[in-house]
Design a protein around this ligand. Structure first.
Ligand code: GLC
Length: 839
């Protein structure tokens, strides 16, 4: 099987590789990769492969967390995220070289052998990871990915002899399995190991397929590991593989001292899949290539087709090319060329990529959200927002998830906080839950009534924005007539009340309209966007006010497009009512307050000692238009003065100084962390959007740039988090570790920063009448270019800024003809040139 080594990346990539060796790695924009040059990242970094249907996390030292459909209920590999970076986590590869006496063993991932490498790179790519490691005269290239639409994780391993003499080499890939119920694996050491089963199936020609399942899944879902080539032996029992009753370690498994493994099956216990692949003598300059498969199907019989397919290396190459083609097409939806390289890199590659990830995994599975039990799942508010980040790229996939969300909306109009995807598919009447509000269930107020709501004040409102987004992007108004069930716990879908999508949206708005507090402002519910502020029932929220008002604006657009003037007028009335109530009650003198508790006490007021000012009431009152004129500007200026830092805008200040049971969650964090005065990044794009609405492009761009992770690549000892995606939070300036990022990947920051950048700074957004071009940019820019696909046509847009303004379209020329607005018409096909001059 000696083949020529497959080229790893385009030539341009090599050029960049001469580069600016930042301490940990560099961006290779031509290859659309981040290239890590050391395994010793400040904290664990990772990448995602596949989708929620099959896929998961691959960390930078070869650990893989693979699930199918649901991380809590169908987990495949046992990745314990809390173990140190240096420990084995669910998978590795050992490379073994025969020496005069015994063997030399190393892992190209560094972990778990911790061998020093001559050269080491981890290429974080678009849904793949690739390592290039040089050690002991061998160059190993490993690529891990999931072919589009498949249930298989491939590991393409190529070992090239770069020394002068032939070497006898073995390759030993290993996976460790988890019980499918992820939490049980950690909490039950009796039942779980009794059920875990691994069997080896030899094929006549020397191939082996290792089959693994928990006993009760034997006839329904089996995991398997196999390779494209013959293997000498295998091990399925961890104790046997590590040796000496597990006094042998992952760093140095004792079984690797023997020519062959023991062919151990595992009738109970810790199941692994270790294959002994004899590459044989690799001559100088020659390459040995093999590819392993880890998959799950109903049975090995069902798996046979996929096994056969990916045993052919041509199909492996084809699958990799298809993956690249998917991303090429996906990213082509919106491409920008602006004077700012870090902006281009984020907007053209990494941010849309992260949006694809949050769309898939919501807040379910990351190195921070570990995907155990029912504490998470697909979040109603989170996913509604995530979908807006992929709407231009994959509207139909987004819609599918949006309809699932609508199906866990209650008939009353409010929504369940989250659902488990597998339970939804099983239609068991128990698929959704009320999130953290369950913790306060049963707490009574002074009158013996429930003290806290079991619903969130914001969940059901986000989906109005999401559906409006879909309709504007696609123009498919028929969706509004589609019937979707409401959620009635305990009932099967068919028995539940149904309503059209339009009816669902109406009930969302109506719920808020009929759940107002003392000041006629929308009730908080258990929480609004800020999960950590759980005031007793009766509290009102400025955030929900802004979101409700924005949702009303979107609904007016929808009704207008439907020609339903009466409804437009009605919702306009509701909008004016809430705008007035907000202006009457929520102005604090220099900014907008954030909440009122049920007694009417304000939070986020200058009079308070802690939490004097909150970011979201300033930004959302501008986004929704309920703040206008002087107050809108003053609120945003106060935000700038009191909340802005060089690393981003803090969500509030000052932070609470100790646990206060009256405010709960927010005060469990030290000041400067997370919602308690930390830089909760999700709020930052709202600030950018609000500034573009005020026309202040320089400020909007400053807010954009100060949180751009790509720009932090030279500050990683402070930032620590992956520079190729947004983290959820950065510690604020009240904290000693100001500037440190945490909770990478699964954050609403991704969708909203993408929206802020593309729709408000670049200013190109879908509407019912066409493509709006209304940029708000730094005044120093001479202009920029953007290509946008919209309703079947491609718009090549050039924006000129001869007068160096931030905002204001003076002229728009479409295909050579000046038009009297800044909305480019809907074409449905072809390439169209749009030239916009600001001034
Ligand atoms: C987390 C939650 C999100 C919430 C935010 C602020 O990101 O996933 O739902 O809005 O925290 O509390």
């Amino acid at each position: 099987m000696a083949t020529k080594q497959k080229k790893s990346a385009p030539k341009a990539a090599k050029k960049v590789a001469a580069k600016t060796a930042a301490k940990y790695g560099y961006f290779d924009d031509a290859a659309k990769e981040y290239v890590l040059t050391t395994p010793a990242t400040p904290i664990k970094w990772c990448n995602y492969v596949g989708t929620l249907n099959f896929g998961g996390i691959v960390d930078t030292t070869g650990g893989t967390l693979v699930c199918k459909g649901d991380p809590a209920l169908n987990r495949i590999t046992k990745y314990i995220a809390q173990m140190p970076c240096s420990d084995f986590k669910a998978s590795t590869i050992y490379i073994r070289i025969k020496e005069a006496k015994g063997y030399k063993v190393f892992s190209p991932f560094v972990v778990p052998t911790l061998t020093k490498m001559k050269k080491w790179e981890c290429h974080v790519g678009l849904s793949y990871m690739r390592w290039i490691a040089e050690c002991e005269g061998l160059r190993t290239q490993v690529t891990i990915f999931v072919p589009t639409g498949s249930n298989t994780l491939l590991q393409d391993i190529q070992v090239t002899n770069i020394s002068g003499a032939a070497k006898e080499v073995d390759i030993i890939p290993v996976y460790e399995f988890s019980h499918f119920e992820a939490e049980k694996q950690l909490t039950n050491a009796d039942w779980v190991p009794q059920t875990m089963t691994l069997k080896g199936h030899w094929e006549k020609d020397g191939h082996v397929v290792l089959e693994q399942y928990a006993y009760m899944k034997r006839d329904f879902a089996v995991n398997y590991v196999t390779a494209n080539c013959k293997v000498g032996s295998f091990d399925g029992d961890r104790r046997v593989f590590l040796g000496a009753n597990e006094m042998g370690s992952w760093a140095a498994p004792l079984s690797l001292a023997n020519k062959e493994l023991s062919n151990s099956e595992c009738d109970r216990g810790d199941n692994i899949a270790a294959l002994m692949i004899h590459a044989g003598k690799i001559a100088a300059k020659k390459t040995f290539r093999t590819c392993t498969q880890l998959g799950q199907e109903q049975s090995l019989k069902v798996a046979a087709k996929a096994i056969k397919k990916y045993r052919d290396l041509k199909n492996v190459d084809k699958a990799f090319d298809e993956l690249a083609a998917f991303w090429q097409k996906y990213l082509a939806t919106i491409q920008v060329q602006t004077p700012d390289a870090a902006f281009n890199s984020m907007v053209n590659v990494h941010n849309p990529r992260q949006c694809h990830t949050t769309k898939n995994w919501s807040r379910y599975l990351s190195l921070y959200q570990l995907g155990y039990g029912t504490s998470r799942g697909i979040g109603y508010r989170d996913s509604s927002q995530d979908l807006m980040g992929v709407m231009s790229h994959m509207p139909e996939e987004a819609l599918e998830l949006a309809l699932n969300l609508l199906s866990v909306q209650r008939p009353e109009g409010n929504a369940m906080h989250q659902y488990a995807p597998l339970a939804l598919a099983e239609d068991n009447g128990n698929e959704a839950n009320a999130g953290d509000s369950r913790e306060k269930k049963g707490v009574l107020d002074e009158n013996g009534n429930p003290a806290y709501a079991d619903w969130y004040g914001d969940d059901h409102l986000w989906i109005v924005l999401t559906i409006a987004n879909y309709l504007k992007e696609t123009g498919k108004m028929d969706l509004l007539k589609k019937e979707v069930p409401f959620y009635e716990a305990g009932k099967k879908r068919a028995q539940r009340e149904k309503g059209t999508v339009l009816e669902h949206l109406k009930r969302s708005l109506n719920f808020t309209r009929t759940h107002l507090g003392k000041h006629n402002l929308p009730l908080l519910g258990f929480a609004d966007w800020n999960d950590c502020m759980n005031l007793p029932l009766g509290a009102e929220s400025s955030f929900n006010t802004g979101l409700y008002a924005k949702a009303l604006l979107e609904m007016m657009d929808i009704c207008e497009a439907l020609g339903d003037k009466k409804s437009v007028e009605m919702y306009k009335g509701w909008y004016e009512d809430v705008k007035k109530a907000f202006n009457d009650a929520a102005w604090d003198g220099k900014w907008w307050v954030r909440w009122f508790d049920k007694q009417g006490n304000a939070y986020g007021t200058n009079k308070a000692k802690y939490g004097k000012i909150y970011c979201n009431s300033q930004s959302w009152s501008v986004i929704s238009g309920i703040a206008s004129g002087e107050r809108a500007v003053m609120g945003m200026d106060s935000l700038n003065k009191l909340l802005n830092t060089a690393n981003g805008v803090k969500s509030s200040t000052p932070g609470y100084r100790g646990f206060d049971p009256n405010v709960g969650g927010i005060s469990t964090y030290p000041p400067g962390a997370k919602e308690n005065g930390g830089i909760f990044l999700h709020t930052n794009p709202w600030v950018m959007i609000a500034e573009t609405i005020l026309g202040r492009g320089d400020k909007a761009f400053q807010y954009y740039s100060q949180i751009n992770p790509a720009a932090k690549n030279t500050k990683l000892d402070e930032f620590e988090s992956e520079p190729y995606c947004y983290p959820q939070n950065i510690l604020g300036d009240e904290h000693k570790q100001f500037g440190m990022g945490r909770n990478a990947w699964l954050s609403g920051t991704s969708s909203w920063t993408y929206q802020a950048a593309t729709q408000f700074i670049i200013g190109v957004r879908a509407s019912f009448n066409g493509l709006i071009v209304n940029p708000c940019i730094p005044s120093k820019w001479d202009g920029f270019k953007v290509t946008r696909k919209f309703r079947g046509a491609t718009y090549e847009i050039e924006v000129k800024n001869p007068k160096h303004v931030c905002k204001g379209v003076a002229t728009m020329v479409v295909d050579g003809k000046e038009i009297d607005s800044n909305v480019a018409p809907i074409f449905t096909k072809g390439v169209h040139k749009v030239v916009v001059t600001l001034g």
